[in-house]
Design a protein around this ligand. Structure first.
Ligand SMILES: [Cu+2]
Length: 323
C-alpha cells in the first residue's frame, strides 16, 4: 500500500517535470534515474524519489524565505539590522529536530530495502559471474552450461580501425554496448549471482537491475535479481580494470521461462559435443558452451592450460610405470 502510494508519487513528479525517464536502459541526456526492471531497482528508484522530493521542498522553502527577506527587509525601505541578536533556542531546536525527522523518514524504507537486496535465500537458480580482462564468463551452476561473453566483433572492428567514420559508429545500434553471447535468464525467477574475478577487480553492473557488485579475485560476492519484464538490458564493467576496461560490456537477455528452458536445453545439447579447442574457429564462434575460444585463451590466460575436458591419459601411464 505504502509502496503503491510512493510509486504514484514518483509518477506524479515525473509527469510534472519536463522529462520522462521510464526506459530501463539510460538514454542520452536522460536526467532522472531509470526505474529499472526489478523490484530492487524500483525500490532504489522510490528511495531516490523520496529523497529528491524532500531536497526540492527544502530548497524551495530556503530560497523563498531568502528572497522574501531580501525584498521585504531591504535597506531602501529603512530596514535596520538587529545587532543585538545572538541566538534563538526555539529556532535551534527546530533546525535540529526537523532534519532528524526527515532523515528517519528516509532511513526506515531505505534500510528495509537494503536488507531485502542482500537476502539471496530461496533463489531458484544460480549464475556464477567471473570477470576476466576483458570479458565475462557465466556459469549456470548445476546445469553444466558455461558461456563467455565479450565485446561484439563489429564494435571491436570499428574501435580498432583508425579509418572508422562517425556515420559508421552511428549506424551500429549498440556500439561498444553489445556482446557476442548475452547472459540469457528467465523472467519472474529469483536468480542468485555469485561474482568473482580471475585477474584484477572488475565490477558487474547492469543499471536496469538496480545494483552493482564488485568482482574480486579470491572473493565470492553475492547478489540476486528477479527481472519482471522480458527485454535486453545493457551494462558495463564499473571498476577500472586495465586498458580495455571500457570494452567489456554486459548484455542481459531476459526471456520467458519457456524460452529459457529451450535455450538451456539447446546449450546442453551443444555442450555434449567434444569440446576440442582445435575445433573452434580461429576467431572463436563464441556460441558453443563449454568450448574454449583459443583466441581468448591466448589473449587472457597467456599460456595457462585450457579448462577443456581432457582424455584420461594419466591413468594407463601410471599403471604402466607401476607394473
Ligand atoms: Cu573490468
Amino acid at each position: 500500500m505504502r509502496q503503491a502510494r510512493s510509486s504514484r508519487w514518483g509518477l506524479a513528479v515525473l509527469a510534472a517535470l519536463p522529462f520522462a525517464a521510464l526506459a530501463a536502459d539510460a538514454k542520452p541526456w536522460q536526467l532522472n534515474m531509470g526505474r529499472g526492471v526489478t523490484a530492487s531497482a524500483q525500490h532504489a528508484y522510490d528511495a531516490h524519489m523520496l529523497a529528491l522530493i524532500i531536497c526540492v521542498a527544502i530548497g524551495a522553502v530556503v530560497f523563498v524565505a531568502m528572497a522574501y527577506a531580501m525584498f521585504k527587509f531591504r535597506h531602501s525601505k529603512g530596514a535596520v539590522p538587529d545587532t543585538s541578536f545572538t541566538h534563538s533556542t526555539k529556532l535551534e531546536v527546530m533546525w535540529t529536530v526537523i532534519p532528524v525527522i526527515l532523515l528517519v523518514i528516509m532511513a526506515v524504507p531505505a534500510t528495509a530495502k537494503l536488507i531485502a537486496m542482500y537476502d539471496t535465500r530461496d533463489s531458484q537458480m544460480t549464475v556464477k559471474v567471473t570477470g576476466i580482462q576483458w570479458m565475462w564468463k557465466y556459469e549456470y551452476l548445476g546445469e553444466g552450461v558455461e558461456i563467455t561473453s565479450r565485446l561484439d566483433r563489429e564494435s571491436d572492428r570499428l574501435r580498432q580501425n583508425p579509418a572508422t567514420t562517425r556515420a559508421e559508429l552511428d549506424a551500429h545500434p549498440a556500439y561498444l554496448l553489445d556482446v557476442d553471447n548475452p547472459l540469457v535468464v528467465p523472467v519472474n525467477t529469483k536468480i542468485r549471482f555469485v561474482i568473482t574475478a580471475d585477474d584484477v577487480i572488475h565490477s558487474w553492473w547492469v543499471p536496469a537491475l538496480g545494483w552493482k557488485q564488485d568482482a574480486i579475485p579470491g572473493i565470492i560476492n553475492e547478489a540476486w535479481t528477479e527481472i519482471l519484464e522480458p527485454g535486453i538490458y545493457r551494462g558495463q564493467c564499473a571498476e577500472l580494470c586495465g586498458k580495455d576496461h571500457g570494452f567489456m560490456p554486459i548484455v542481459v537477455k531476459a526471456v520467458s521461462q519457456d524460452e529459457y528452458a529451450q535455450w538451456l536445453a539447446a546449450q546442453k545439447a551443444a555442450g555434449q559435443a567434444p569440446a576440442d579447442p582445435s575445433q573452434v574457429p580461429e576467431d572463436g564462434d563464441g556460441t558453443a558452451p563449454r568450448s574454449i575460444d583459443p583466441d581468448m585463451v591466448d589473449d587472457v590466460q597467456q599460456g595457462e592450460e585450457p579448462a577443456a575436458p581432457q582424455a584420461p591419459t594419466a591413468a594407463p601411464a601410471d599403471a604402466a610405470s607401476a607394473g
